[in-house]
Design a protein around this ligand. Structure first.
Ligand code: C2E
Ligand code: MG
Ligand code: MG
Ligand code: MG
Length: 271
């Protein structure tokens, strides 16, 4: 239900249902004018250090609303933005917005922004990011880019070049949704990700001994390779305790904080 998805992710569409052609076109058209009409915004979700309990970073998540104010889930609109090319402008907008937001008092020390593979293989992306850093005066070290392990290996060399150029600007590169696709291990071979975010589906598996031992093995593999490990989707105190036992570095999830607009995020931190 809409309620179960949280107040920031009321779903206009059930993302498991295929969208009809009409819905698709409506969203595609909306995405083209979304920035100029203030239909997109960012919400921030805290990422905590398990050992110290300190706020380490905030993940910026994009939100879109229809002209009548109805929110649309990114699970529905991001793939449309990727297909139609709108993701290029939206993606740069979100980086610029996150850079502006991080400079206000009580923001997180770091911000992570989701970056689509379409952006990583687009011409001049790293240079455009460099221009945003210069324009906003943000130190690249305060920025992380989350890239999903689902990226198509076809464009491997272009993407690799791009993430190395971004890394040279101090930006951390994180691997998102680890364990959901087939390419995750190949990417670990190709690039030394600062942090790997383990997909929350592994938490559900933790209820069984087999699931827990699989998670332990994944953690030891990532640790041996020198990655920091973030577990996403922590919803209960019990799951948090398990992460402490497993010596996970960072945690994120509804139990620790829901994605919220900047103002609410700051006042919570200030309190
Ligand atoms: P993601 O990057 O893996 O982000 C985590 C998603 O899990 C977010 O959903 C977040 O709200 C949700 N989440 C966080 N904690 C919990 C929890 O405890 N339980 C559950 N069930 N869910 C939790 P959201 O915001 O709907 O975003 C969905 C996906 O859309 C993101 O997955 C990301 O792949 C994509 N996305 C969102 N914003 C952007 C963006 O600015 N750019 C790009 N390229 N993709 C984005
Ligand atoms: Mg992410
Ligand atoms: Mg994720
Ligand atoms: Mg995920």
């Amino acid at each position: 239900s809409a309620k179960a998805n949280g107040r920031n992710c009321v779903r206009l569409f059930d993302p498991t249902d295929p969208l009809t052609g009409d819905d698709n076109e409506h969203i595609a058209a909306l995405l083209r004018v979304a920035i100029t009409n203030n239909l997109v915004s960012l919400v921030y979700q805290p990422i905590l250090n398990v050992k110290t309990g300190q706020l380490e970073a905030a993940e910026a998540l994009m939100r879109l609303k229809l002209l009548d104010g109805t929110p649309v889930s990114p699970v529905a609109f991001i793939p449309i933005a990727e297909r139609t090319g709108s993701i290029l402008d939206l993606g740069l907008w979100s980086i610029r917005q996150a850079c502006t937001d991080i400079l206000v008092p009580f923001a997180a020390p770091m911000v992570s922004v989701n970056v689509s593979p379409i952006q990583l293989k687009s011409k001049g992306f790293a240079a455009k990011v460099s221009a945003i850093l210069a324009e906003t005066g943000v130190d690249g070290h305060r920025l992380a880019f989350e890239i999903t392990e689902g990226i198509n290996m076809d464009h491997q060399s272009v993407i690799l070049r791009c993430i190395k150029d971004l890394e040279a600007q101090g930006i951390k590169i994180w691997l998102d949704d680890f364990g959901t696709g087939f390419a995750g291990l190949s990417w670990l071979r190709l690039f030394n990700f600062d942090t790997v975010k383990i997909d929350r589906s592994f938490l559900q598996d933790c209820e069984t001994d087999r699931g827990r031992s699989l998670l332990r093995d994944i953690i030891s593999l990532l640790r041996h390779r020198g990655h920091k490990i973030l577990m996403e989707g922590i919803e209960t105190e019990e799951q948090l305790k398990l992460m402490q036992q497993l010596k996970i570095d960072y945690v994120q999830g509804y139990h620790l904080g829901r994605p919220t607009p900047l103002a609410a995020f700051r006042s919570r931190l200030a309190a």
